[in-house]
Ligand binder design. Structure first.
Ligand code: ZLM
Ligand code: CA
Ligand code: ZN
Length: 396
């Protein structure tokens, strides 16, 4: 009825558990799980569910998480409560496990354990569907929490669902390529697979001015000591504020193509953090929805088993627009720029001045939020050259 059909030639699955939406990091914390409600409602309103297999994913178990994270950290995460976090016996643990400090990137909130096991369960299920070939593309917009470390929470991330998924995929796939277009460096995934040549990590991100997490310069390519099998299996593309559509697409497509050609992955995991869009509350790039989506389109064309994950994204209406568009890209659908007549929470899409009832409002020049482009054409050219040099360092 709305013209959305199953894609021909490949199967797309959507892994989700709506209980993730009801969790709350606390008033004014930038990470808002209800952006996932908005995303799902938009996907349904456009009829994209008709083109995919939908799964209500089960929660991950403590043993699932233990495949990467340490027991003491997991036990702590499972037992810590808002009303016990001030207790003396928990002070030290909070500090050790990344919850410390006056500021609160990773707060303790009610239902924290549920929250992490729900988003991780969906990513794990997506990994299983790719590995047993029931899906060619498996999507989980609630996953992609790339900063979490083996024994610590970091940058709004408590459990690294990406590491756990790749760990599972390595049982079936010889080489997994991880690509990360979140505005932040995918440090947790890079670090987890530092010493194996079976995972290559590629991250595009803002670097400089101590932007979080502060790592990911062009010369950071993995362990440098000789004989480490993971040498040169990380590639970082540091970008400055204000990058625009054409520059980003050029950089992404060139570097990604070179990486795939050189590494020959057998599966790809793409983290689609939407904080690299224009008008994001934390990011300062000038990307529009369609050029962010062009990254998904580009990777999809390789026809390799593909996992699509969310990540950052702090202006919820644009997160929903982008991930809805990217879901459409996965199922080969074209969406009308007019939002469907009945969208729950339609008012949540107001805000851009002239793009209120549009799917693709212009995000690169929002009044008062334009970010000066600090990326010189010569720097972009240099990054492309350095990327190719780094790829040559890879043995094999
Ligand atoms: N302060 N509230 C991206 C993770 C980015 C570290 C500087 C916190 C914030 C931010 C938290 C309500 C992903 C840092 C920042 C103030 C130390 C970051 C709580 C505002 C608030 O209003 C806020 C009281 C909070 C946190 C801003 N934190 C902005 N940027 C980064 C972490 C995660 O997108 O890559 C994947 C999901 N943290 O810059 C500080 C150094 C904590
Ligand atoms: Ca990134
Ligand atoms: Zn981010």
């Amino acid at each position: 009825e709305n013209g959305i059909e199953r894609p021909k030639g490949h199967n797309v699955s959507f892994h989700y558990n709506a209980r993730v939406e009801y969790h709350h990091f606390g008033r004014s914390h930038p990470m808002k799980p209800w952006r996932l409600t908005l995303t799902k409602q938009l996907i349904l309103a456009y009829g994209l569910h008709n083109a995919m297999d939908l799964y209500e994913s089960p929660q991950a178990t403590l043993d699932d998480l233990n495949a990467f994270h340490g027991r003491p950290y997991l036990n702590f995460l499972k037992r810590i409560r808002v009303d016990t976090k001030e207790a003396d016996e928990n002070r030290e643990d909070l500090e050790t496990f990344g919850f410390g400090g006056e500021y609160n990137d990773c707060p303790v909130f009610d239902g924290l354990w549920d929250y992490v096991t729900i988003y991780t369960g969906a990513t794990m299920e997506a990994a299983r569907h790719l590995c047993n070939q029931t899906s060619d593309i498996a999507i989980n917009w609630s996953g992609g929490l790339h900063h979490a470390k083996k024994n610590a929470a970091s940058g709004f991330c408590y459990i690294n669902d990406i590491v756990l998924a790749i760990h599972h995929m390595l049982k079936y796939h010889q080489r997994v390529l991880y690509i990360d277009i979140d505005v932040h460096h995918g440090d947790g995934v890079e670090q987890a697979f530092f010493s194996t040549p079976r995972v290559f990590t590629l991250s595009f991100h803002k670097f400089g001015d101590s932007f979080f997490p502060g790592t990911g310069d062009i010369h950071e390519t993995g362990p440098t000591y000789r004989g480490n099998p993971g040498t040169a299996h990380a590639l970082n593309i540091p970008i400055d504020d204000g990058i625009e559509d054409d520059q980003y697409k050029d950089l992404f497509e060139y570097v990604t193509a070179e990486t795939i050609q050189r590494y020959q992955p057998t599966a790809i995991v793409l983290q689609c953090g939407a904080d690299s869009l224009g008008g994001d509350r934390l990011g300062k790039f000038n990307l529009n929805i369609k050029s962010h989506g062009a990254c998904v389109e580009f990777v999809k064309r390789y026809n390799l088993p593909l996992m699509i994950l969310g990540g950052g994204g702090y202006t919820p209406r644009n997160v929903a627009r982008t991930w809805c568009h990217e879901t459409a890209v996965c199922v080969d659908a074209t969406l009308s720029n007019e939002l469907p007549e009945y969208v729950p929470y339609a008012k949540a899409f107001y805000g851009e001045g002239n793009g209120n009832n549009k799917l693709y409002p212009s995000l690169d020049n929002i009044e008062g939020k334009y970010h000066e482009n600090k990326n010189d054409a010569n720097v972009i050219r240099m990054l492309k050259e350095r990327a190719v040099e780094n790829l040559r360092l890879m043995e094999g």
